[in-house]
Every structure is written in C-alpha cells, then in structure tokens.
Write a protein that binds this ligand. Sequence first.
Ligand SMILES: [Zn+2]
Length: 86
Amino acid sequence: VIWFVVRLLIILLLVRLVWRFVASVLTGLAEPRGRMSGNQAVPLVRDPVCGTFVVPARALPLSDGRSTVYFCSERCRDLYSSKAQG
Ligand SMILES: [Zn+2]
C-alpha cells in the first residue's frame, strides 16, 4: 500500500510539472509577442558608450546625420555627443 501511495505522489508531481509546462507553452502561444519570448523578433541595439543592449522603443535615439544610434540613458547620450564633437 505504501508503494502505491509513493507512486501516486510521484505521478502527481509529474503531472503537475507537465501541466505547468503545457500552461507556459499555451500562454506563449496566446501571446506570441510576450515579454518573455526569447525569439529575435525585437532587434536590440547596442549602446556604443557602455555596451548595453537596449530595445529601440525604450532607448534614447541620437541621429548623427547618416545613422541613428541608441543609448540606454541621457548620460550615455551626452557622453557620446561630447565625444563626437570634441
Ligand atoms: Zn549606456
């Protein structure tokens, strides 16, 4: 009887694990552009000053005439612009 209970508990644990996995997959399918998606749908840009990768939508852009660079903060943007001019 004890072995039956132990096996039942193990099966329950496995079912819970599988259910959590299935639920996470289902929510991932429901939200293809979710925050936690690890795909490369959202391209990241690199802050040239500190090297941090930032999302363009949340970054501070600075256009130098030919191309636009993105920064994680105003400090980095100021540093970059002062470097470019000086
Ligand atoms: Zn930065």
